[in-house]
Design a protein around this ligand. Structure first.
Ligand SMILES: [Zn+2]
Length: 533
């Protein structure tokens, strides 16, 4: 009842005065609620410390889904529900161990690669260093791998970092983001990528045929960081051999020891479980209904799934709890916006933006892709197939704001090369200038869930965030834990997101839609393909 009254009063005020948005009293209430009664760290603790890593379609992600649905419902959001999409196998890691037993006992840091099979107790064997990165490398190792644990990466060299491990953006860093990068299109890219993607499966089959017992790759970062990303989650495509990623320091020690004496003997184990009870993953949706059904909706989202090594804190528990907090703040206003505000927590992002693509296919637009493609193959096919056929809901979506750049505070927004939107985005960020979030830059960003909205010609945006130690340490790693989150940054991000959503939901203006993409032509028609690529 109270809500209805307030909604009525608010509608009258808007009609009578239409105050400039920066003068909208709701902005002050958003800042007050988000700064003085924030729930972000309580929610961060429940999600990261309490539930932890959230591999897509794992039992842990199911627990997290129940938690998130309960949060949205508990905060009074409407239409809270899950939308299923076809994914593949569930998998969960319950334990692992790795030690060198000869020439001396030593515990080592490893993580099983996601979706690789468990071992039957310990696998104990001598190692062989056999770096292989393409099928042409297999012949040199034929007949030499039986009964061995195979180290399949080059050792590389230890790191000489050029950048600070923890970083905030300076004004000039932000200024450098304000540039137009010409897009490029190379029709051969798809075939090259398909070849690279096929290799892990070919390597697994070769090692199995040779009688190898397990394989180990080197972590791509130093300092004991491990990630465990990877592998095929499709039903019927699971690898045959247990596979591991090893800390670079441990890996290089093993390689050096093979040069100075007998091959070290190593003992590895994986306690993991496939879960084929349900192939579906889910997007979680919640809403604050708008008062004008013809005005469409605005949306914010971030992916809820993570990799396995850490607690999925900065990637992307941070974005998820900020989206949930923005929903809480906006609902606490008790005032109905003109447009519906929809919130989404996506799954399957780490496997190729699968959740946001499923949402687009279900709600916004379809693209023709050949049947039978899954995962990252479907990602590339979908991104490059034409024509795009809008669904009836297409023109209802007026703006989408994504959060997936760690737990750093918001410094502004990328106009994503849709420069017609810059003046309005600046206006909407103006109340948050003094929080450091006032800048709009031209650059286009990729790699996360706003990408496919842009790919169908809709207004998808991402915020500029302070990087903190996202790239240097926490992204996908065993250090992606709550310790590396900054409470003040998360409070600020939730306030800015809530404010921008409120303005987008009530503004008389709409962000310009970019043109509907059509098939591009080759950027460099004179390029001669490199046969070694
Ligand atoms: Zn992410």
């Amino acid at each position: 009842m109270r809500e209805l009254l307030l909604a009525g009063v608010s509608a009258l005020m808007m009609a009578a005065a239409a105050p400039a948005l920066a003068e909208d009293p709701a902005i002050g209430r958003i800042i007050d609620e988000g700064m003085n009664r924030s729930q972000v760290m309580i929610n961060a603790s429940q999600l990261m410390d309490g539930i932890g890593g959230r591999l897509t379609n794992s039992p842990n992600l199911r627990r997290a889904e129940t938690w998130a649905v309960g949060k949205f419902a508990g905060y009074g959001l409407s239409n809270v529900h899950k939308e299923a999409f076809d994914f593949g196998r569930g998998w969960e890691l319950l334990g692992r161990s790795a030690r060198m037993v000869e020439p001396r006992p030593l515990d080592m840091t490893v993580i099983p690669v996601a979706w690789t099979p468990p071992t039957d107790g310990n696998v104990r064997a001598a190692i062989v260093v056999a770096p292989m990165s393409k099928v042409e490398h297999f012949a040199a190792w034929h007949g030499k791998l039986a009964g061995k644990i195979v180290l399949v990466s080059l050792p590389g060299k230890s790191d000489e970092p050029k950048e600070a491990a923890f970083k905030r953006l300076s004004d000039s860093d932000i200024h450098e983001l304000d540039k137009y990068d010409p897009p490029s299109f190379d029709p051969d890219t798809a075939a090259r990528r398909a070849k690279r993607r096929a290799f892990p499966g070919q390597l697994d089959a070769f090692l199995k045929a040779e009688g190898a017992l397990a394989w180990v790759k080197r972590s791509y970062r130093d300092n004991g960081l491990i990630q465990g990303e990877g592998y095929d989650y499709a039903v019927g495509k699971s690898p045959a051999l247990p596979g591991y990623e090893m800390a670079a320091e441990d890996y290089r020690r093993l390689v050096r020891l093979t040069k100075t004496g007998a091959a070290p003997v190593v003992e590895l184990s994986t306690n993991a479980r496939y879960d084929d009870s349900d192939r579906n993953a889910h997007n979680i949706i919640a809403e604050i209904p708008g008062r004008d059904p013809k005005a469409g909706y605005v949306m914010a989202g971030g992916h809820f799934d993570s990799w396995i090594a850490g607690d999925g804190a900065s990637d992307n528990g941070a974005g998820s709890i900020v989206v949930i907090e923005a929903a809480r703040i906006l609902r606490s206003l008790g005032v109905q916006p003109k447009r519906t505000i929809r919130f989404a927590l996506w799954e399957g992002e780490e496997q190729g933006l699968l959740g946001s693509r499923a949402y687009i296919e279900q709600h916004l637009a379809t693209r023709p892709i050949p049947a039978g493609l899954s995962g990252i193959d479907a990602y590339y096919a979908w991104s490059n197939s034409f024509p795009i056929t809008p669904r009836p809901e297409y023109s209802a979506l007026k703006a989408y704001f994504n959060l997936d750049n760690g737990s750093g505070k918001v410094r502004g927004i990328y106009a994503e090369q849709n420069s017609a939107t810059t003046p309005i985005l600046k206006e909407w960020l103006a109340p948050f200038q003094s929080m450091g979030a006032g800048t709009v830059v031209a650059s286009k960003t990729g790699g996360t869930d706003h990408v496919f909205l842009q790919a169908i010609g809709l207004q998808g945006f991402q915020f500029i965030q302070d990087p903190l130690d996202y790239e240097s340490r926490v992204h996908h790693s065993n250090l992606d834990t709550l310790d590396h989150m900054r409470p003040d940054d998360l409070r600020q991000a939730a306030v800015v997101l809530a404010g921008v959503l409120w303005e987008a939901a009530n503004s008389d203006k709409e962000l310009a839609r970019p043109p509907l993409p059509t098939q591009p032509v080759t950027t460099d028609p004179f390029k001669v393909p490199d046969p070694d690529e």
